[in-house]
Each structure stands twice: as C-alpha cells, then as structure tokens.
Design a protein around this ligand. Structure first.
Ligand SMILES: [Zn+2]
Length: 561
C-alpha cells in the first residue's frame, strides 16, 4: 500500500495547475486517513450498472446541492438554443426545478440521476437547483443562459449552507456572450458557496476542457464511453470524488494536459480503436496512481481557443496525478494516426452498401454531417438523394426531421401517393428540399420508449411520424429533432431494422450502441451538412495557434486581420 495522502503544504507546493488556488477550500484538516486503493477498484464495478455506495465509515449525512445545465455547442450550426429549447429539452427531459428534479430524472441514463442515486444511497440530503439540457446546436442565447444560471445561483443562495455541490454539465457550451459557458457557471456557483465548499461536476466525453473549468471546480469525471452508455455511472463517479474529498477534508491535487490535435467525432468511438484501448489504459492508470482520470476527446466544432482534446485527473498525491495524466496524454499522442478514419462520398457509400448489405446483416450508413447530436437539424437530403438515385433494395433512411412533410403524410393517408418536398428546413444557403412523388406507407404519433443500451427508458415524443416510399427506398419522418440511435425509432413505424439491407442513420457514433451488433459494416458518409466529419472542413478563426486540425493534419494559423 502506498501513502496516498498529501499534506496541505505539499498540495500548495506542487507544480500543478490550480493546486494552490484550491488548497484552502477545506477547513477540516484533522481527517487524514489514507484511501485504500481498493476503494478506487470498487468504483469500476458499477461503471455500467446502477451505482451503490458502501456507506459504512463514510462522512455523516450532509446536504449536497444538485444542478445541471448541459449544452454541446457547434458554433457553425444553423440554429441557436434559446430558452424554449431548454424548456422543452428536445430528446432530453424538460427544464426542471427544485425538488421535482430527482423524480423527473429517475431511472434514466442521465448523469444527475446517477449522482442522486449515489448521494441518497450514501445517506445525504439533496437540494435540487435547476436541471436543463437542449439538443446540440449553435450558441446558447444570452437570455437562456442568464435565466437558467440565474435560477441556479438564486436557489443555491436560498438553500442556505450546503456541504457540497454537484453539477451535471456537458463541458462544450458556447453562448452568445461567452466562449466558456461552464467556466462561467462554475465561477458564479463558487461565488455563492465560497472557497471551502467542494464543487464537483460530471462532463460529457465531448467536453472541451478549459482553464476556467479546472480553476473553479474541485473535480470532474467525464463519460468513458461513446456511445455514452455510462452517463448515469459518470454522475456516480463524480459523487465518489466528492465523497473522497469531504471524507479527507482536503482538496484533491489536479492536473490537465491538452493535446495538440483535433479528431472528428466518428473516430472518437470507444467501440473501435484507439478509443477502446485508451479507456482501458485510463482505468489501469487510475488503479496504479490512485488518480481519478478523464480523457475528453472534445467537441471539434466550437470555434474558440480552448476547443481541444485533453486528459485531466484528480487524486490525493500531486506527483502521482501528474504521472497518471502524463502517461495517458502520451498514449493519446502516440495514437494520433489511429484517429484518422475512412470517409465515403454518398454515392460511393450507397454503391458499396447495395452490394454488401443483406437482410439480417444490413450495411449502416452514418449520415454523420447532419447528426442532430452535433448541431445538425436532421433535415439534409444529400444521402437520401443518393439512395433514390441508385434505388437499392430494402433501404431505409431515418430520421428525417420535417414536421410539415410528416403532417402532410398524415393528411394524405396510408397507401396514397402525393408530391412531397422533403427536408432542408434549416434555410441553409444552397440547400433546397428534395421534391418527388412518395407513397405514404405508415403513420405514427411519435410516442414510444427507447430500448437500446444508450437511450433505454427515454420516453420519446417526436410528434407526427410517417414512412414514405419511393421505389425500394423508404424514409422515416419525424417532427422533433433527435438522433437516430435506437431501434425503437424504426419499430415504432413498423420497420424492423435487422431485416433491411441498408440503414442510413442520421447519427455519428451513438447509433453504434444499438446498431453495430446487427451491422455487417458501418460506413461513415460525408453528405452535405453542418457537423463536418473532417475538422479541416470548417472555416476556423479562433483556435489555439499550432493546433493540428485533424490527426496528422495542418496546424491552425490565425487568419490575417
Ligand atoms: Zn457527447
């Protein structure tokens, strides 16, 4: 057993970012018991399942404030996230306040859910602040940010003294008035609770880690899976970090190391290499160095200086934290060329899928650049046009988000044919709706429950849905934006995904959780859309100079002003 404690002075002396700033957060210096590594080991037992703490010997009942404000901002996307977007939540639960938050989020794969469960299992009382999320899009409006964060800090102040704060954050929020939404949220929460109350956050794997976030929070834990099947487990891991700090009375040492290159979303999946191997290494290093680690490949669609991949870590010993963070960051650095990925033009992808797909083993085409999970509106028709052109057998595309066409299909009725103008509702210059005769094959109300590993239990309410057919190709329409990442989205309209030869999905990676097991092959397609698979395709202007725009790619040079 190694000595895993660090004195307050050691933490002050340690040459790690922010260590001195946080060294004075805790006043209970009398508790110095070391943490056996076994506690870290048990952490991993509930990575994929409902968390449960061993409460014996842990800190007595405390009051922990719980809030959440999640947004993933693609600064190149066509539509902003206003207050109404959070009020409705899109595929997420709607904006919720106070005591209503815990029951509203119960039993869902959501970080705050895992945090509530872990806190309650440990015997703590929770105070709900505000919890809200919206579909990825362009910037959060200033009005939405100020209203939601205003409610958060107001409720926190009204709650009186708390022993800790847990926040369910994404980590890539850009607003109309701020580059780093989360850094500002944390700073405002810090101003309310002061320096002696620990603030811990959970983060999306697509967090762009910033210096302000590292400075203002005492610790983070980010998802370790993409598709994100461990969202609730991540909330529980964040609480674990909070409990360790409260128990010891000391802040953790912390370190963060940004990487020098960006990667496209499609190559960040933990279902493929190098992600699979790197997250296994992360867990090995955690055990070896008694450090809680996060590897955040980032969200490579936000044009600001801290858009980046990073490795961060927290632990009682500054030297060991640095060692663990460095080892993982070096491994990511060495894997740079493995993050490169083959991309297919729409027609080439359809031609290949037509040859190889068969019922029982469809070829999946990922229409990644229109992914509603990355700022797309799910309304582009480039891949649909390529399918209609070749007309391959048993091909289905979904979900095309077009409320007007879905309503038209309901008016036309099943079995009848009519002219439709599909998609391209975002009003992007040069994009025109796809016109043609389609037959209405099925209609549905859009209300169903997801069944796949990532969205299991999510109650969908996608508004009027419809299936249209032209030749061998079917397109599934929905009225509300959501990423096609669950088989239930197709079964709801009478389509069994496994029986198709080609499945074209508006998703980058999340579909893999439910669809990779039935797919013969997955092709990442680059049909026109705002969520570029290759980060060099964006017109960047504000990145960190020298950052390579993709694995082995050109370094960013600020444009001449
Ligand atoms: Zn994500």
């Amino acid at each position: 057993m190694h000595d895993v404690t660090a004195s307050r002075d050691e933490i002050r002396r340690a040459r790690i970012p922010c260590a001195s700033a946080v060294a004075s957060h805790f006043h209970n210096a009398s508790v110095t018991a070391p943490f056996p590594l076994a506690i870290i080991a048990t952490l991993h037992e509930y990575r994929y399942s409902a968390p449960l703490f061993e409460t014996a010997g842990w800190a007595a009942m405390s009051v922990i404030a719980v809030g959440g404000f999640q947004h993933e901002t693609n600064t190149f996307a066509p539509s902003k996230a206003d207050y109404a977007a959070f009020a409705s939540g899109g595929a997420w639960p709607e904006l919720t306040f106070g005591d209503a938050i815990a029951p509203r989020l119960a039993n869902a794969n959501i970080p705050a859910t895992g945090a509530f469960d872990a806190l309650h299992a440990a015997g703590h009382r929770t105070v709900g602040l505000v919890w809200g999320a919206a579909s990825p899009s362009a910037q959060v409006t200033e009005d939405a940010f100020e209203q939601i964060v205003g409610a958060m800090v107001e409720r926190l102040a009204a709650a009186g003294p708390v022993d800790g704060v847990y926040l369910d954050l994404h980590g890539a929020m850009v607003t109309e008035h701020l580059d780093d939404g989360e850094g500002e949220i944390l700073a405002r929460v810090r101003r309310v609770v002061g320096p002696r109350v620990p603030i811990i956050g959970s983060l999306d794997l697509h967090a762009n880690m910033t210096r302000a976030m590292m400075r203002e929070a005492d610790g983070f834990d980010a998802y370790r899976t993409y598709p994100h099947v461990d969202m609730a487990a991540t909330g529980a891991r964040a609480v674990f970090l909070l409990e360790r700090m409260r128990k010891s009375g000391y802040p953790m040492a912390k370190a963060m190391r940004p990487l020098d290159f960006l990667t496209g979303l499609s190559s960040q999946s933990t279902f493929i290499e190098p992600g699979k191997r790197l997250y296994e290494l992360l867990e090995k290093l955690e055990r070896e160095h008694d450090t809680q680690l996060s590897f955040t490949p980032g969200f490579p669609m936000a044009d600001f200086p801290e858009c980046q991949m990073a490795v961060s870590g927290y632990g009682p010993d500054a030297g060991r934290v640095e060692k663990a963070v460095d080892a993982l960051a070096n491994a990511v650095h060495d894997a740079e060329h493995e993050f490169a990925l083959d991309l297919f033009e729409p027609d080439a992808a359809v031609a290949r899928a037509a040859q190889r797909g068969e019922p029982g083993a469809p070829v999946v085409l990922a229409d990644t650049q229109d992914n509603p999970g990355a700022g797309g509106n799910g309304d582009t028709t480039g891949l649909l046009a390529a399918l209609l052109q070749r007309n391959p057998r048993d091909a289905v595309l979904g979900l095309l988000i077009d409320r007007a066409s879905a309503l038209q299909a309901h008016a036309v009725g099943i079995g009848r044919t009519a002219p439709f103008k599909l998609g391209e509702t975002s009003g992007v210059r040069g994009h025109v709706p796809l016109a043609g005769e389609f037959t209405v094959e099925a209609l549905a109300d859009g209300r169903f429950t997801c069944t796949g590993p990532m969205f299991k239990g999510f109650q969908m309410s996608l508004g009027p849905m419809a299936v249209l057919r032209q030749g061998n190709v079917r397109v599934v329409l929905a009225s509300k934006k959501v990423q096609a990442a669950d088989k239930a989205m197709f079964r709801h309209v009478g389509i069994e995904p496994r029986e198709q030869r080609i499945l074209a999905l508006k998703s980058s990676v999340h579909f893999r959780a439910d669809f990779q097991p039935i797919a013969k092959e997955i092709l990442v397609v680059v049909a026109p859309g705002p969520a570029k698979a290759d980060p060099t395709m964006f017109s960047w202007s504000r990145l960190r100079p020298g950052l390579r725009l993709k694995p082995g790619g050109p370094a960013f040079v600020p444009p001449a002003t």
